[in-house]
Write a protein of this length. Sequence first.
Length: 314
Amino acid sequence: MSTSTGSTKLQVDLRRHLREEGVEPNLAHLICELAEASKYIVNAIRTGDLGVAGTSNLYGEEQLALDVLSDRILIKRLTHSGVVSNIVSEENDGVIPVSMDCAGKYAVAFDPLDGSSLVDVNLAVGTIVSIYDGCDLLQPGRNQAGALYILYGPRTTLVYSVGNGVHEFNMNHLMEYTLTRSHIKLKPSADLYSPGGLRNCYTEGTRLFVRDLEERGAKLRYSGGFVPDINQLLIKGQGIFFYPHLTNAANGKLRVLFELNPMAYLVEQAGGMASTGTERILDICPEEPHARAPVFIGCSEDVLRAQEFIAKHG
Ligand code: AFP
C-alpha cells in the first residue's frame, strides 16, 4: 500500500501555537477563552437581530443590540475562566470585579464589538482586547502582558501578541483558529493612509501632514472600523491610521484602554509606532477607564513625520 507523502502542511491551531511559544499557561488559557467567545459573537453577527437594545422581538424577548450581546458573551466567558481578576468593558461604566485574588490572574479591558454601527451596512467589525498581569487596568499600555483583536469580516481572523511577535490565525470551517501568518512586520514607510475625523476640524499640522501624504502618492483607505483599518496596515505590512486631535475635540475619539493601547501594543510589536502626535500611546497613564486620546499609528517614519508637522504647526 503506497503511503502518502503528501505535502499537506500540518495546521497549527491557536492552542498548540501558544504552547509551543511557551506562553504562561493562565495567559494561554485566557486567550483561548477569548477565541471560544468569538465563536458565539460570529454566530450572533451572522444570524442575530440587528435591532437596538431595549426593543423586544415578536416573542416578547428583549432584543439585544449586537454590541450589548457581544459584551455579555465576553463577560460571561471571562468571569468563568478562573484566570481573570477584573474586567473593564467599553459597554459598561467602571470596573467589573471578578476575583479579589490577583496572583496568577489577568485584568482585561475590551471593546466587545468595535464599529458595531457598521454591522447593518455589512462592513467588517471587531473585538479588541487588552491584557495586564494582576488586577490593575489603569496602567500605561507599555505594561500590557498581551493584546489581541478578532476581525469579523469575509473571514474571521484573530491577531495576537504577548511580546514575542504578532501572529494571525484564521477561523476554519470547524470554527478552529489555525495559524496563517507569524511574526508580522511593518515596513518603515507607508503608501496607504486612513484619515479619521472630519477634515474641516483638522489642525494646521494634520492638514499639512495629509497634504504631504497625498503629494507622496499615498492612497486613502478608510472603512470607519478601527479593527479592519488597523488589520489592513498590519497584513499589508504598511500604512498609517490617524484619528487626530480636532479643533472641536482635543482628545480625538478613540479610547485609550479598549482601542489605542491594544492596537499600539500590536503595531509596535510589528515594528511600527503609535503616538498621540506628541507622546507615545503606550506611555499614557490613563486616569479613568473611558479616557480618549488622539492617535497616529502605523509605519514608524510616517508617525515621526506626523509628529514633526504637529510640533511645527499644532
Ligand atoms: P462605533 O463603535 O461607534 O461604530 O465607532 C467606531 C470607531 O470607534 C472606530 O472603530 C473607528 O475607527 C472610528 O470610530 C470611526 O469614527 P468616524 O465614524 O468618526 O470616522
